[in-house]
Structure formats: structure tokens, C-alpha cells
Design a protein around this ligand. Structure first.
Ligand code: ADE
Length: 223
């Protein structure tokens, strides 16, 4: 989210700005840790391009992706945080050639596993800095679709057993996997991925951006 980047930017000592693929990459330090902060934009292609640029141009050692997601579990509510164990695509279907639903041919895995250490520190830092929020760990599913229909949501739940759905995580995971970069996806729940009542998005966004910025800031020295 733009507000997440803005919040991190304010805490950074910025050394350089690079424009590439219409994205602005901010290089510098955040509490003495070298970081590159960037807003990827929405969807799988934007996110994959962004991750590849982080690998090629900035040689990043780790990738932490934050953003929002729709909940796929009754108990995971708006404002809660989900940390990935793994991530996969819900909109890939090459079953006709024998691949399981969701698997990209010739890559060698269905779900891209998050780095266990990054996931562990994300969980513990979240409990420490955002004690009022419930944090969950599990699978994140991604696709180029905003899910707002109960039937579509139920199909995704039945097919993939994810905790939340969004539009970038699995492609960042995929790019990280191909480049052998440890990654974790961290998502604040913004909606229930169905047609349930709308909430006050600006208020949610402000709180979610503050929570994820605080979380990332506290994770960095432990990476
Ligand atoms: N990001 C936030 N909520 C989402 C949803 N319901 N579907 C896809 N991406 C999302």
C-alpha cells in the first residue's frame, strides 16, 4: 500500500532513488539496516517484475512483502495479520497436462515455501509490537482477481486451504524461489473476500500501514 511505503519512508535515511519499470526503489537505512523499499503495484506481473528488479539491480538478501488481503477463515477478522508458511496461485490451471490445480508447469513445486526464520521473527515481532492484534500463520493464495463472491471464495478455500487471498504474494514467492532469496509475505486483513458489509477503508488502511511498518522495523535487526 502507498501508505505503508510512506510510513517506512519517513523512518528511513534515504541514500538513493531509482526508477525502473515505473516503480520507485528507495535505497537507504532503516535503524541502521540496509533496505530497499518499493511499492510493487497490484497484481502478479507487477509483483514479479518488482521482485526480479530487487534481485538483479539491488542484490537483496531477503524479501519481506507486506500488504492487504481478504480473509478465507471465519475466525480471521479485519485488522488481523497473516504471516505466510507458503504461497501459491489459485488462478493457474494446467490440469489437462497432469499438473495439480495451481501448479505452474516445470517449476517443480505447487506452493513456494516462506523462509522459516523470517516467518518466525514476523510472528514474534507482531505479538510484541502489535499485541492488540491477532496474528495467524498459514498459506497465502494469490491470483489476478479481487475476490468478492462467496462461491468463488468457497472454491478457493476447498481447493487450496489458504488463510487469506490477495493478488501478489505467490508471484513474489515464485520470483524469490527462482532466485533463491528467502522471503516472507505479511498481510493485514482488509475484507472477508465476499460480499459482506463494507468497512471504513481509510481508517483501516491507516492502522494497517502503521502495524505493518512497525512490524517490519522490528524484524530488521533480527533478519
Ligand atoms: N486484497 C485485499 N482483499 C482482497 C480480496 N478480497 N481479493 C484479492 N485481493 C485482495
Amino acid at each position: 500500500m502507498e501508505l505503508e511505503v510512506e510510513t517506512l519512508k519517513e523512518k528511513m535515511e534515504i541514500r538513493g532513488r531509482t526508477k525502473k519499470a515505473s516503480m520507485e526503489f528507495l535505497e537507504g537505512t532503516l535503524n541502521q539496516t540496509e533496505v530497499v523499499v518499493v511499492q510493487s503495484g497490484i497484481g502478479k506481473v507487477n509483483a514479479a517484475l518488482c521482485a526480479q528488479i530487487l534481485a538483479d539491480l539491488f542484490h537483496v538478501s531477503h524479501i519481506i512483502n507486506t500488504g492487504v488481503a481478504g480473509s478465507l477463515k471465519k475466525e480471521i477478522d479485519i485488522g488481523d495479520i497473516v504471516v505466510s508458511t507458503d504461497a501459491l496461485y489459485h488462478d493457474v490451471d494446467v490440469r489437462v497436462f497432469g499438473y495439480p490445480l495451481g501448479e505452474v508447469p516445470q517449476v517443480g513445486c505447487l506452493a513456494f515455501p516462506a523462509d522459516e526464520h523470517l516467518a518466525q521473527i514476523a510472528l514474534s515481532c507482531c505479538k510484541e509490537v502489535n499485541p492488540e492484534i491477532s496474528v495467524y500463520q498459514g498459506r497465502i493464495v494469490s491470483g489476478d482477481q479481487f475476490i468478492s463472491d462467496k462461491q468463488v471464495k468457497d472454491n478457493i478455500i476447498n481447493n487450496f486451504q489458504g488463510l487469506c487471498v490477495e493478488m501478489e504474494g505467490a508471484s513474489i514467492a515464485h520470483a524469490s524461489y527462482l532466485n533463491q532469496i528467502p522471503f516472507v509475505i505479511i498481510r493485514a486483513i482488509s475484507d472477508k473476500a465476499d460480499d459482506s458489509a463494507e468497512m471504513d477503508y481509510p481508517t483501516f488502511e491507516k492502522a494497517a500501514a502503521a502495524h505493518s511498518a512497525a512490524l517490519v522495523e522490528h524484524m530488521l535487526p533480527l533478519v
